[in-house]
Write a protein that binds this ligand. Structure first.
Ligand code: MN
Length: 293
């Protein structure tokens, strides 16, 4: 059963106990089933407390991250690969300790605008690293969902087709695609077409507008996106992701170019996104029923 989630940076940046408690309360108040924590540093968070707070609020959790250049598992430098692998293992442990099964984000390369072409060696090195981490993650039933991002944020996997081929090379059952409509809008021949073709590999879904603001105020045809998700019987989580200059996590805001305010009232934004996703899902389900009647 699909859970509807919200990205923590809709609420706030930071990871103090007060901030995390507020994020949980806002997520519940806006009607979501799940919260995705991004770039949560396990050494700065009381993990046991957070696991209990999530359970008390009856919220699901997903963890996401983007590897830093000094932890790029596609690097030709074995020390860099090894640093990246230990970050991934830490993220797997954090996901497990919070009671989750979903790890997403840019796991197969650094989250960066590269100034080099990807090579066969980069690809093979990343495949091997992800395979090793996947074997460790399997014991805790955790799935590594590789986020497919646009050309300005990675040079290795920019389309679902490339991601599916990468997954095939790992041979792992617990490696899937983390698809994101914001990135797909830039790189795919068609968003709905890519979902139909590679839907069986998608384990986690980000719903984001073309400008990363409020859903329905940009260029993405969400009707066709949800039609495709319903058609392929997508069962994974669907998480709303949006950024504004109002909330600044320095690292992510600079990497993703969040230079302006796309919104200022995050509770209004999140409630609108929740009802927008519900409306799209219901309409697509009804359309499919009518079409197959
Ligand atoms: Mn995303």
């Amino acid at each position: 059963m699909t859970r509807i989630g919200v990205h923590s940076f809709v609420w706030a940046a930071g990871s103090s106990q007060d901030v995390l408690q507020c994020m949980i309360e806002s997520t519940v108040s806006a009607g979501y089933d799940l919260i995705e924590f991004s770039y949560l540093n396990p050494t700065e968070v009381n993990v046991d407390w957070l696991a209990k707070a999530l359970a008390d609020a009856k919220l699901g959790v997903a963890i996401s991250m983007g590897l830093p250049p000094e932890g790029d598992v596609s690097s030709e430098d074995p020390a860099v690969v090894s640093a990246g692998e230990s970050l991934l293992r830490g993220a797997v442990a954090l996901t497990r300790d919070l009671g989750g099964t979903v790890l997403g984000g840019i796991l197969s390369s650094a989250h960066a605008k590269y100034d080099t072409f990807p090579t066969r060696l980069n690809w093979d090195t990343a495949v091997e690293a992800i395979s090793r981490v996947a074997r460790m993650a399997e014991a805790s039933k955790i799935v590594l969902n590789l986020e497919i991002v646009n050309r300005f944020e990675s040079n290795l996997l920019n389309t679902l087709a490339q991601g599916a081929s990468f997954i095939n090379d790992t041979g792992a059952r617990n490696v899937m695609l983390h698809a994101d409509t914001f990135h797909m809008n830039i790189e795919e021949p068609g968003i709905a077409q890519a979902i139909r073709q590679f839907g069986k590999h998608i384990g986690y879904m980000h719903i984001g507008e073309s400008h990363r603001g409020a859903l329905g105020t940009g260029n993405i045809d969400f009707g066709s996106v949800f039609d495709a998700l319903v058609e392929v019987e997508y069962q994974g989580d669907i998480t709303f992701e949006s950024f504004s200059r109002k909330i600044v996590d320095t690292e992510l805001s600079l990497k993703t170019g969040i230079w302006r305010d796309l919104w200022s009232d995050n509770l209004v934004l999140a409630r609108q996104a929740r009802s927008f996703i519900d409306l799209c899902l219901n309409q697509s389900r009804e359309r499919l029923l009518l079409a197959s009647a």
